[in-house]
Design a protein around this ligand. Structure first.
Ligand SMILES: Cc1cc2nc3c(=O)[nH]c(=O)nc-3n(C[C@H](O)[C@H](O)[C@H](O)COP(=O)(O)OP(=O)(O)OC[C@H]3O[C@@H](n4cnc5c(N)ncnc54)[C@H](O)[C@@H]3O)c2cc1C
Length: 379
C-alpha cells in the first residue's frame, strides 16, 4: 500500500541513511554478532553524518529536524537490515530527549555535543533484578549528601550497557515516597560504577545487554536531571515516544520478514511446485500482507499525531501492542513457511524470529500495554 506521509526531504534522508548502513553496518553484522557488541567507531561515523539526535538544536551540533518521521525512517531501515545492536533509536529517541528536556543549560552544553558526535554513547537504566514492569518497586537509592548524591544498587538488562559512556540511572530519593526518584547521569569511570556480564540472549546478539552495579558512587549534583523527586514523571513522559519507536521498528521488521518469506516460497519446491503455490501459503501471506498494511497506516498516523504533540500514552500503547504482537506472528509464520531452513541461523528469517521476541517484553510488556489502554477506557 502506498504511504503518503513522507515528502521529498524524507526520501532523500532515507536514501542517505540506507547507503550509510550498507557501507558502515551491513559488512560488519556477522562480526558484531560474534562479538556481542557493535564497534564503537560506527557511532562516531553516524555522528559525522548527522544521524544522531537530528532533532537537537544547531548550537549543540544538531540539525533541528524536529520531525519524528526522520526517527521513523531510521527505525525502519535498521529493521530492514535486521540490525538489533546498533541502537540509534535508543540513543537518539529515548535517552537523548531526557537530557534535552530535563537537563539545564550547563548540562546540555556539557553533554549534547559529544552525544551528537557519537563520542558519548547513551543508555537508560531503570530495570532491576527484582523490578521491571513495576518501576516504583526499584531498590537503587540516591542519598543527598550536600554537593553530591551517593548511589547504591544494581540494574539489569541494560541495552548499550557495555558501550555507554553516560548512563541515565533512575534511583529512589525518598524512602517515604515510592514514586520519588531522580534521574542521575552516571559517567564512565566514576568510582564504584561497575559493569557486569554481557548477558547471553535468545536474539539481538550484536547488542550489549549488561548488568550495572553502583557501590557508593558519588554523583555530583551537577549530574542530576531536573528535580530529585521528579524522575518517575520524567520517565512516564517519554514512554509514548519510546513505544512509538518500537512500533515503527516492529512494522518494518514484519515487512522485512514477509519479504524474506515471499522470496523463499517462490524458490522452494515441494511436490513438484513452488511452496508459494499452495493455498495455505498464499492465504498465510495474504493475511500477513493485510495486517501489515493496516498496522502501517495506524503507525504512520501515530507518527503524524506525535509531531503535533497529540499522541496519547494510550494510543502509543495500542501501537506498540498491535505492531509487536503482529511482528511476532509474522516471523513465526515466516519460519514455518521456510520449513527446517527457517530454523537455521544462516537464514535471515531465523534471526528475525530470535530478534523479534523481546519486542513484546521491553519498553513495557504487552500485558502492561493492555493495562494502560484499559485504564484509558475508564472501565
Ligand atoms: C534485551 C533487553 C533489553 C532491555 N533494555 C533495557 C534498557 O535499556 N533499560 C532498562 O531499564 N530496561 C531494559 N530492559 C528491561 C525490560 O524493559 C523489562 O524486562 C520489562 O519491562 C519487563 O520487566 P521484567 O523483566 O522485570 O518482567 P516482570 O515485570 O517481572 O514481568 C513478568 C511477567 O508478569 C507480567 N506482569 C507484570 N505486571 C503485570 C500486571 N500489572 N498485569 C499483568 N501482567 C503483569 C508481565 O507482563 C510479564 O509477563 C531490557 C530487557 C531486555 C530483555
Amino acid at each position: 500500500m502506498l504511504r503518503n506521509h513522507f515528502e521529498t526531504e524524507h526520501n532523500l534522508f532515507r536514501d542517505a541513511f540506507r547507503s550509510f548502513l550498507n557501507k558502515e553496518v551491513v559488512p560488519h553484522q556477522e562480526e558484531w554478532e560474534e562479538a556481542g557488541v557493535v564497534d564503537r567507531s560506527v557511532w562516531r561515523k553516524a555522528g559525522e553524518m548527522g544521524f544522531l539526535l537530528p532533532w537537537a538544536e544547531e548550537e549543540y551540533g544538531g540539525t533541528a529536524l524536529k520531525d519524528f518521521r526522520y526517527e521513523q525512517i531510521m527505525c525502519e531501515e535498521l529493521a530492514a537490515i535486521n540490525e538489533p545492536g546498533f541502537m540509534i533509536p535508543l540513543h537518539s529517541a529515548l535517552c537523548g530527549p531526557y537530557i534535552a528536556e530535563y537537563g539545564n543549560a550547563e548540562q546540555k552544553a556539557r553533554w549534547l555535543p559529544g552525544i551528537i558526535r557519537g563520542e558519548s554513547i547513551l543508555a537508560v537504566a531503570m530495570t532491576e533484578p527484582s523490578a521491571g514492569s513495576d518501576l516504583a518497586g526499584m531498590r537503587t537509592t540516591a542519598v543527598d549528601k550536600g554537593d553530591h548524591f551517593v548511589l547504591n544498587g544494581s540494574k539489569v538488562f541494560i541495552s548499550n550497557g557495555l558501550l555507554a559512556d553516560l548512563v541515565i540511572v533512575a534511583a529512589k530519593t525518598d524512602p517515604a515516597n515510592k514514586h520519588a526518584m531522580g534521574l542521575f547521569v552516571v559517567e564512565r569511570g566514576m568510582e564504584g560504577f561497575e559493569r557486569g556480564r554481557n548477558l547471553k540472549k535468545l536474539g539481538m546478539k550484536s547488542q550489549d545487554t549488561a548488568e550495572l552495579f553502583f557501590n557508593n558512587v558519588k554523583v555530583p549534583k551537577e549530574n542530576l536531571l531536573g528535580d530529585a523527586k521528579g524522575g518517575f514523571f520524567y520517565l512516564m513522559s517519554m514512554l509514548a515516544q519510546e513505544r512509538l519507536t518500537n512500533a515503527c521498528g516492529a512494522v518494518a521488521g514484519a515487512e522485512a520478514a514477509l519479504n524474506a518469506t515471499v522470496d523463499y516460497v517462490k524458490e522452494r519446491k515441494a511436490f513438484d511446485r513452488p511452496v508459494a503455490h499452495f493455498q495455505n501459503t498464499r492465504f498465510k501471506l495474504a493475511e500477513m500482507r493485510t495486517q501489515i498494511d493496516v498496522a502501517q497506516v495506524f503507525t504512520d498516523r501515530c507518527v503524524m499525531d506525535h509531531n503535533q504533540k497529540k499522541l496519547t500514552p494510550e494510543v502509543a500503547a495500542e501501537a506498540k501492542l498491535f505492531t509487536t504482537e503482529l511482528l511476532c506472528k509474522v516471523v513465526d509464520e515466516g519460519v514455518q513457511l521456510h520449513g527446517g531452513w527457517g530454523y537455521m541461523w544462516e537464514y535471515p528469517i531465523c534471526k528475525m524470529y530470535a530478534n523479534a521476541r523481546i519486542q513484546r517484553i521491553f519498553a513495557g510488556t504487552s500485558e502492561i500495554m493492555k493495562e494502560i489502554i484499559s485504564r484509558g477506557m475508564k472501565l
